[in-house]
Design a protein around this ligand. Structure first.
Ligand code: PLP
Length: 451
């Protein structure tokens, strides 16, 4: 299928892109994912999906640059994934086992460990979690708190780790925390190196250095009031927070100071892991390894799966400490193993790096033409475009303020022209592009044309 250029007004039923079923869909989306319902609501009812494309109930094709926020690494209905799922559906293999070992589980573990850097894999253990990233974050919290006997956690401004109570308490913005009363109270928030209109008025390498110094003081200074932490959790590249990729130096600095302070480092690669950033894992860009790695989204090959991989020295929790009936779904493991194998064998991480560079170059060319594009950033096929108001009041660095309304308008106009992308970031002003890793150069050009 090809995405059709629908033209600015073509085939729309009304200026507002409404469907007869919009009210129902909106209600449904509010119930299913309240936090994501505005302003990212995309009123499409999907009928078909193939590769990087989806088709709606009106027969229109769209390029899916949302791709389940990075879940669909191989796009929709990849034949290799379908074959793996069908292989399990021969009427003889176990579809559910709780804790027992199976062929599918064994294969998934082997594939995942083949993807991990050898120095990390060598001493690593795996914990299967409930079927979502947020539950793997809960497991990681439990793991480091049990291992250290401490309770305080260190997390970052702008962070998103999921919506269960523990994960929510690590969230880097206040809004959704209203549900939190009395859950994890000891969470210290630290500055993530967000250079665009960052609170210190410092961008780039200088801002990172100052931020890192501040964090180091917090961890090392007994007068700082910070209790020894059970762990530090960070997204190697922030996704929901607006696609922010810290430098390799900053990540190495974080690794050094957590090691010196004896604080286990949890890297949440739920969104940025498995090839998306141009390496199999985003931490590989910095040549570091975490103590705990949280994975979900792409590892299930479009089906729900989440795991925590951790250093064996942290394994001081009781067997069954993170029990759950639906940990490690068999079909997701089969789909996930096939996905991981294909990404590794076909070097789709390298392909993502090349396609990401191409898309980034297109977006930077647009930035040179349009002052409404404040910044183009990200890594590999995890890209964000910061939409700003050039007429608004600039900060000390001369940077224009965020423009949420325009970001949302661009999203809607892209949708009209056959491109699905997401708006996110701390100020809902970042257009996020996370196409499947299988996107071709011609398709990248088409995305840029529409954009
Ligand atoms: N961690 C990160 C970095 C995420 O981006 C997300 C989801 O977007 C989560 C955790 C939570 O995953 P889930 O939505 O599967 O619970």
């Amino acid at each position: 299928p090809v995405a059709l250029d629908l033209g600015p007004e073509a085939t729309l039923r009304g200026a507002d892109y409404r469907f007869a079923s919009t009210a129902r869909l909106q209600h449904q989306s509010e119930v299913e994912s309240n936090a994501r319902s505005y302003p990212r609501r995309i009123p499409l009812e999907l009928r078909r999906a193939e590769g990087i494309h989806v088709q709606d109930s009106e027969g229109r094709w769209f390029i899916d640059c949302l791709a389940g926020a990075g879940t669909l690494a191989l796009g929709h209905n990849h034949p290799v994934v379908l074959q793996a799922i069908r292989g399990l559906l021969d009427g003889k293999r176990p579809l559910h086992t709780l804790d027992l070992m199976t062929e599918a589980k064994d294969e998934f573990i082997n594939e995942l460990f083949a993807c991990l850097p050898a120095e990390f894999a060598r001493d690593a253990r795996i914990q299967f979690c409930g079927p979502a990233g947020t539950d793997a974050v809960e497991a990681a919290l439990k793991l480091v708190r049990t291992a250290t006997g401490r309770s305080q956690m260190l997390a970052f401004h702008g962070a998103y780790h999921g919506m269960t109570q523990g994960a929510l308490s690590l969230m880097g913005s206040l809004g959704p925390k209203q549900y939190l009363d009395g859950m994890i109270s000891g969470v210290q928030m630290l500055p993530y190196p967000y250079g665009y209109r960052c609170p210190f008025g410092l961008g780039g390498a200088e801002g990172e250095r100052v931020g890192l110094h501040y964090i180091e003081n917090q961890l090392g200074d007994p007068e700082s009031g910070v209790l020894p932490a059970a762990g530090m959790i960070l997204e190697t590249v922030q996704g929901e927070g607006g696609v922010i990729a810290p430098s390799a130096d900053w990540l190495r600095g974080i690794r050094r100071i957590t090691r010196e302070a004896g604080v286990p480092l949890i890297l949440d690669e739920v969104q940025c892991g498995i090839g998306r950033t141009g390496r199999l894992f985003a931490f590989e860009h910095a040549g570091i390894t975490p103590d705990v790695l949280v994975l979900s989204k792409a590892i299930g090959g479009s089906l729900p799966l989440a795991v925590v991989v951790y250093h064996k020295d942290l394994d001081r929790w009781q067997p069954g400490a993170h029990a759950g009936t639906f940990r490690g779904n068999q079909m997701a493991m089969a789909a996930g193993a096939a996905t991981l194998r294909l990404i590794r064998e076909e070097r789709l991480d390298q392909h993502a790096a090349a396609m990401g560079e191409r898309l980034c170059a297109h977006l930077q060319a647009l930035q040179a033409r349009y002052p409404q594009i404040g910044e183009v950033r990200g890594r590999g096929l995890m890209l964000g475009v910061e939409i700003v108001d050039p007429q608004g009041r600039a900060d000390a660095m001369g940077r224009a303020p965020h423009n949420r309304a325009l970001a949302s308008a661009v999203q809607q106009q892209c949708l009209r022209r056959g491109l699905i992308l997401e708006v996110g970031g701390r100020h809902s002003s970042v257009l996020r592009l996370l196409p499947p890793l299988i996107i071709t150069a011609a398709q990248v050009d088409q995305v840029a044309d529409i954009f």
